[in-house]
Design a protein around this ligand. Structure first.
Ligand SMILES: Cc1cc2nc3c(=O)[nH]c(=O)nc-3n(C[C@H](O)[C@H](O)[C@H](O)COP(=O)(O)OP(=O)(O)OC[C@H]3O[C@@H](n4cnc5c(N)ncnc54)[C@H](O)[C@@H]3O)c2cc1C
Ligand SMILES: NC(=O)c1ccc[n+]([C@@H]2O[C@H](COP(=O)([O-])OP(=O)(O)OC[C@H]3O[C@@H](n4cnc5c(N)ncnc54)[C@H](OP(=O)(O)O)[C@@H]3O)[C@@H](O)[C@H]2O)c1
Length: 271
């Protein structure tokens, strides 16, 4: 593991690879990992960059979920470039060999230890909210604790379905012809939904996740129910999606944990 110059709160790391996805504005940045930086799937890091590349010291800090698994030697972050944003355009402009600063400690509670074991785990995301779920899919504990995982990725168009090949690869390892344990729903809001792996034809007309929950498309396409008994739901990404889904799920009896009750709903807003 490579490491940078350690200060009290953060360390300088080196960019190893920048992967640019089909959709302009989406990229993934792989970096060296700070010594002793231990996290659990679903957590995020605070990463920093200097406003002026020449100045050297980081002055802008943002939260980014780890896409990599805790056992991987490096760290990877998946990013959308917000055109009038301060930080994401700088992140997207990085090249291998450049520096990126990472705080020493990970953060976040969108982790599976929030839940008791259950039958169906629904991992629902929009956009880069997918990031938090990739390490969970790669974690054996997820598959020990849940029979079935439904991964829902809400994006505008199919071009934005980053990590699709990796997810399909995990599905091909986990699923058998007799039993699908990972169900991957691509919820495109401006194009018809593509086919679910192993089932031909588009699943639905262009539709947001919220509309798909309301009209039953989500559960029909998944082929499994969304019930508070045995069901556990995570929501991650666009805060408006999170608020609206939360309301719809509350009507079905889902609630976040509180006062020692583990609950069956956990959420994370990205802005
Ligand atoms: C816990 C947590 C985890 C996060 N993980 C990620 C991650 O893994 N990948 C990632 O790209 N971002 C992630 N973010 C968002 C990230 O921290 C920044 O907000 C984002 O990179 C934009 O920074 P900016 O300075 O360019 O724009 P900001 O000034 O921070 O944001 C400007 C506006 O851009 C929009 N926006 C911000 N972030 C996003 C986003 N991710 N997707 C769509 N629209 C957005 C919002 O409308 C926001 O008001 C996370 C945020 C939180 C709180
Ligand atoms: N994603 C990219 O490839 C890309 C590339 C360049 C720039 N950008 C910029 O990055 C910013 C974020 O874009 P983004 O598409 O990644 O994130 P986003 O705006 O959060 O959209 C992601 C998905 O969430 C859906 N959504 C939005 N609000 C919702 C709600 N209240 N309930 C349910 N679903 C909801 C969107 O549907 P709708 O289609 O109906 O909105 C879309 O399918 C934008 O400024 C965009 O222009 C994105």
């Amino acid at each position: 593991m490579q490491s940078g110059d350690v200060t009290s709160k953060y360390s300088r790391q080196t960019v190893l690879e920048v992967r640019r996805w089909a959709s302009p504005g989406l990229c993934s940045v792989r970096t060296t990992r700070p010594d002793g930086f231990n996290f659990v799937p679903g957590q995020f890091a605070r990463i920093g960059l200097p406003e002026d590349k020449q100045s050297g010291e980081p002055s802008l800090w943002r939260a980014y979920s780890m896409v990599t698994h805790p056992e991987d030697p490096d760290l990877e972050f998946f990013s959308v470039t917000v055109s009038d944003g301060q930080f994401s355009p700088l992140l997207a402009a990085l090249e291998p060999g450049d520096s990126l600063w990472i705080e020493n400690n990970p953060f976040g509670f969108l982790t599976l230890d929030r839940f008791q074991d259950g039958q169906v785990l629904w991992l629902i995301s929009t956009g880069t909210g997918l990031s938090a779920y990739i390490p969970m899919l790669r974690d054996s504990q997820t598959w020990d604790r849940f029979e079935t995982v439904v991964l829902v990725h809400g994006v505008r168009t199919q071009q934005e379905l980053a990590y699709r090949d990796e997810i399909l690869q995990i599905a091909s390892k986990i699923n058998t012809p007799a039993r699908s344990r990972l169900i991957y729903l691509c919820a495109t809001s401006r194009e018809p939904w593509p086919a679910v792996e192993g089932r031909p034809g588009p699943v639905a007309q262009a539709k947001r996740i919220t509309a798909a929950l309301l009209d039953g498309t989500l559960t029909t396409a998944a082929g499994v129910g969304l019930e508070p008994k045995g069901g556990r739901v995570m929501l991650c990404g666009n805060p408006e999606m999170v608020t609206e889904m939360r309301k719809l799920l509350a009507e079905r009896g889902f609630a976040a944990g509180r006062r020692g009750n583990p609950g069956n709903l956990a959420v994370e807003n990205y802005w």
